[in-house]
Design a protein around this ligand. Structure first.
Ligand code: ARG
Length: 575
């Protein structure tokens, strides 16, 4: 990465004066401040009790202006800004063209292990919008971390255990028809209907509640009938989950791709209870067992109910114990849960408990939280159950794509194939809409914003890619390992400088677990390219200029494609 080279050059210069601080460099948001900038002079001045501006000047003098760095500038109160040479930018372009799918990948964190847990829907319950968000964001984060060199384990913490399964089994046995459910296209709907019926009936007749408990006990004790019905619920749910994962093109690596659901930890909880007891962390409260936090930092976390039943929290502790002790991972593995912001307090309690147990260090547990969807569309906001509507999105994408292609009839790149690509475009639009802003924010769901060809939306990104590819396909350009020397236009230089930043953007999006950083970058890149495209002829330019612009276009297309790929978004060749 060029950033690493710059870092080394600056470090060497700084070391001539002092070796006390490590140098950090950043790409400033405003290109006026150069390609990179550092505040090392200010930090060093503070330590050595010197004037920061003078310090900066002193360091700047030590920086060689060679084939990599063209210009160094010192600005108040002590920043040092650098500009890369055109030579470096042009070499980087060749680098992109020759290293096509790998441009942007780095090895900085090589060997470090991380578990990213996402999606985690519940068996016999609908796959909600919250699960959809978790799936999209978690997958993108896992991709980004992988690109930054981490060894990533993708886990799905299915809600497939708990007292509710006793109720579900009783309901299926009492009011359900297994043969019928078996053949249903959407079996989960029927399971939900039966579950709701259980609660209605139990209100009238408390004996039914008791039956639910009995059946959960049977399930726990391995009763064959209970186990079979429970397994059926899992299979029926997977039928629907698999369809969703296929459409989203999302996969998991753990437990043969199924993920370790809550039930996997059923027999691993006793052990946790014992450890909690040994470490004197359990307190009795109204018959239940709880973990109380020192100074009431958080409300207590319940671990066992008054009837001795385990909970979500008990299974989470067992899950993390497994992750921290199984040789497949490692004791210093980082663990990320991508779960809705409404579970924030719960995860704070869980992480605190794990610290009290002495299992994890600070920052080893991370809750990446996502906000909720709000609806502009009345029809959607009044809909019950918060269930996903992938089908609806795809239908709408198709419809809108068709009308868009009518609007764009003058543009030769838009064709009938838009129709065929509607799935990719629809899913891409939905994903982009989830990823383009920081995950914890709520989203106002708006079709016009999501399926937009002009603004910050998936189709705009895909369209820009198609535009690049279309120009290239009209030439017989093939990347060379040398580019013609031309006098670059401002827009060209800007694009080259932007392309150079891509690897460090991927890295910071990974480190910060913030796919939106990559979205921001890609959107700006696309805007800059479209500006360039409107202003400068490509195919009609003179030979050298044409070749350079085709190389630039190829590189932009490649970076958009690589970037979207990391976000879990596919590109199409025609729209
Ligand atoms: N199944 C849970 C839900 O739908 C999410 C699980 C999140 N992960 C965890 N380790 N608790 O709310």
């Amino acid at each position: 990465m060029i950033k690493d080279q710059i870092q080394a050059i600056i470090t060497a210069a700084v070391n001539k004066i002092s070796t006390r601080s490590t140098v950090h460099i950043q790409s400033p948001d405003n290109p006026q401040f150069g390609d990179y900038t550092t505040n090392i002079a200010m930090r060093l001045a503070k330590e050595l009790k010197k004037n920061p501006l003078q310090m900066a000047e002193e360091i700047a003098k030590q920086i060689p202006k060679d084939e990599i760095i063209e210009k160094v500038e010192v600005v108040k109160p002590g920043f040092i800004n650098f500009w890369l040479t055109k030579e470096t930018l042009s070499k980087n372009l060749i680098q992109i063209l020759s290293n096509i799918n790998n441009y942007g990948k780095s090895e900085t964190t090589r060997g470090k292990k991380i578990i990213v847990e996402y999606s985690s829907p519940n068996i016999a319950k609908p796959f909600t919008i919250g699960h959809l968000r978790s799936t999209i964001i978690g997958d993108a984060i896992a991709n980004l971390l992988e690109a930054a060199g981490w060894t990533v384990f993708r886990d799905n913490h299915l809600g497939d255990w708990g007292t509710q399964f006793g109720k579900q089994i009783y309901a299926i046995k009492t009011w359900g028809n297994i043969g019928k459910i078996e053949k249903m296209q959407q079996p989960v709907k029927e399971l939900v209907r039966l579950y709701v019926k259980f609660h209605k009936e139990a209100e009238k007749n408390p004996e039914i509640e008791e039956q639910g408990k009995i059946w959960f006990k049977k399930l726990e004790d391995g009763n064959e009938e209970a186990r079979i019905l429970w397994q059926k619920c899992i299979d029926w749910s997977w039928k629907e989950f698999n369809e969703i994962y296929d459409k989203l093109q999302v996969t998991f690596t753990e437990n043969d791709g199924k993920g370790y659901g809550e039930s996997f930890f059923e027999d691993k909880m006793d052990f946790i209870i014992k450890e909690l007891q040994n470490k004197k962390l359990l307190t009795k409260s109204k018959g239940a067992q709880i973990i109380a936090f020192p100074k009431d930092k958080y409300p207590p976390l319940m671990i066992l109910k008054d009837d001795g039943a385990t909970l979500y929290s008990t299974r989470d502790l067992a899950t993390d114990k497994f992750r921290l002790t199984n040789s497949h991972y490692s004791a210093d593995v980082l663990i990320i849960n991508e779960v809705g912001a409404e579970q924030s307090l719960y995860f704070q309690q869980l992480f605190e408990a794990e610290k009290m147990l002495g299992w994890v260090k600070d920052n080893q547990r991370v809750h990446v939280k996502h906000g909720m969807y709000r609806f502009k569309d009345k029809k959607m906001s009044t809909r019950k159950g918060n269930v996903i509507w992938l089908e609806e999105v795809l239908e709408e994408a198709k419809k809108r794509a068709e009308s868009l292609s009518k609007q764009h009839q003058t543009d030769a790149t838009v064709s009938q194939s838009y129709h065929d690509n509607a799935n990719i475009i629809g899913i891409g639009a939905l994903k982009w809409n989830d990823l383009k802003r920081s995950a914890n924010m709520d989203i106002l769901f708006d079709w016009d914003e999501i399926l937009n060809m002009q603004g910050n939306a998936g189709p705009y990104m895909q369209y820009t890619y198609v535009r690049c590819r279309s120009v290239i396909s009209k030439s017989n350009f093939s990347p060379k390992n040398k580019l013609p020397r031309i006098d670059y236009q401002a827009e060209e230089l800007e694009l080259m400088r932007m392309l150079e930043k891509y690897p460090s953007i991927v890295e910071s999006a990974a480190v910060n677990m913030a796919p939106n950083l990559l979205c921001n970058y890609l959107f700006t890149l696309a805007q800059q390219y479209n500006l360039f495209y409107q202003k400068h002829p490509i195919l009609k330019a003179d030979q050298d200029t044409k070749n350079f612009r085709l190389a630039l276009t190829t590189a932009v297309a490649q970076v958009i494609k690589n970037g979207l790929y990391l976000l879990g978004i596919q590109t199409v060749e025609k729209m």
